[in-house]
Design a protein around this ligand. Structure first.
Ligand code: S3P
Length: 167
């Protein structure tokens, strides 16, 4: 799963995996495990470049270790790296959770915003969105709209897509 912050990857990913009876992996969790601190702490201490390095290393490790058929949620910024884009293609089918960014970012509750240091309060995230959106589009094997549609409707579309893939 790829998509901007707030597009629903962490909400939908575990539910999709449960429905399919497969493992769910969240790359942000892998980064935090490897760095032994939260993403917010990592960025505060070492900057965004350190986050990107850890993200790429976690993704490289997943290419070798991900259980077959699992669902993987990636961080919104992963598509900025050309190597990450190549690795994502090698990992499997890619679904872009497309959401209207302004609304999906604003629906993130306070703690979720605090956990995302790159979700700048001054609105600079719009430049990130503009940079990433063409990559999300180009990488996607499938696109599921997650906003303003209800989460249940998005989940059903994801399940149907995955089942069609397996058939
Ligand atoms: C980031 C998105 C976050 C997390 C980190 C950086 C980004 O993941 O990887 O805070 O650059 O867009 P989510 O997309 O799951 O919020």
């Amino acid at each position: 799963m790829i998509g901007f912050m707030g597009s629903g990857k962490s909400t939908l990913g575990p539910r999709l995996a449960a429905r399919l009876g497969v493992h769910f992996l969240d790359l942000d969790v892998e980064i935090e495990r490897r760095a032994a601190c939260t993403i917010a702490e990592l960025v505060a201490a070492e900057g965004e470049a350190a986050l990107r390095r850890q993200e790429l290393e976690a993704l490289r490790a997943l290419v070798d270790a991900a259980p077959p058929g699992c669902v993987i949620a990636t961080g919104g910024g992963i598509v900025e790296s050309p190597e990450a884009r190549t690795l994502l293609r090698a990992l499997g089918r890619i679904v872009w959770l497309e959401a209207e960014p302004e609304a999906s970012v604003s629906r993130l509750p306070g703690p979720a915003r605090a956990a995302r240091p790159l979700l700048d309060a001054d609105g600079a995230w719009r430049q990130r969105w503009a940079l990433r959106q063409p990559h999300y589009r180009a990488l996607a094997d499938a696109v599921v709209n997650t906003y303003p549609d209800a989460i249940e409707a998005s989940l059903e579309r994801l399940v149907a897509l995955a089942r069609a893939e397996r058939a």
